[in-house]
Design a protein around this ligand. Sequence first.
Ligand code: ATP
Length: 403
Amino acid sequence: MEDFLWFKDITKDFGATRAVDNVSLTVRRGEIFSLLGPSGCGKTTLLRMLAGFEAPDTGRIILENQDITDLPPNLRRVNTIFQNYALFPHMTVRENIAFGLKVAKKPKAIIAAEVDRMLAMIQMQDHADKRPAQISGGQKQRVAIARALVLKPNVLLLDEPLAALDLKLRQKMLLELSLIHDEVGITFIYVTHDQGEAMSISDRIAVMNNGRIEQIGTPAEIYEAPKSSFVAAFIGDTNFFDGRITEVLDPEYCRISVPDLPDMLCFNDKKLAKGDLVHLSIRPEKFQISLDPPHAGVKYNVLRGVVEDIIYQGDHTRYWVNVGEDWNISISRQHTRFMLDEKPINWHDKVFISWFADDGFMLERYSEKDEELLPTPPQTVGESDAPLEDESDEQEPEAENRP
Ligand code: ATP
């Protein structure tokens, strides 16, 4: 896919509030690109500048080699679908879809043909003569999409388009949006604060925070290799461990001391040195949990703990395992043959938890201000005031690290 939309050094202030802070990013032709971040991070402002409803204070927006920064909205081949759909209540579905073409003074026969094509695409032929009040939320959403697409924009902007729908309908509409995108093949820019929505629909995601881009990548890159602790905590759940490197085993691996826990073996992706401080993120599903000792191999960590809490969620169970002092590690265990093969793990069971040294990510620590923006502030293990010690041989619970 070729690059075709550029935001270059864009900054936008509203009084004392910096809504967008020196953002540069490139969108490729035909992709679904999401702007994802907590409320107030600047994603709508960025979208509105692309649509022409706001002007940047500094920076340029280039669409298909044309500088559109100063172009009025009606001269940009960019259409927006808003959260509330903004359908005309007194017009039928057909008239709503035809509206833009009528304003553009297209011939009647072309309008009729284009509207019929759109009605077929959104499967609303049987509802063409109804007014918005007579159709469901999901159907209104589809009409809003058709009304925007009939004008053949180069880019379709979707500003929290599913926010007004219930969960089941949101999941259905996400699938429909992907199918429509495959059919029309144009670029979608999708604004949302819902990481699940962004993960399921996007080719690439820009995670925003405080007006800045934290990371751009595919859903898998952002989830599996977050570049900041903010991204790690905003996209899915994670466990953080604060510690210090006690030994560099080879350039690739190191041993970390975390207060109140046994030493851990870790992939040294940042090539840190002995004595360096580490903020480590490990996702809940990276841990294995078992009643029996695991068959730990090389580059593996094993901890002992006690189950403090369990939530059964059908396809997986979430466990909180106390591994020392007040620290609980969150673990997600996927079920394959729950009733048949899996030994039940109950409250207060003594368990083993284990994980590969490569499953942790060393990140910088997010600020207290960032923490307020996170959906559920993750628990950080090792925040105790006690000084970090180099050795932790005598600490409980037991550990078996096998480099
Ligand atoms: P949400 O998900 O809540 O819509 P967002 O990420 O889209 O949030 P923006 O709407 O872009 O965030 O707002 C970014 C910041 O700019 C916020 O602090 C907001 O209060 C401020 N802001 C946005 N528009 C205006 C405006 N017209 N006047 C003053 N401040 C504004």
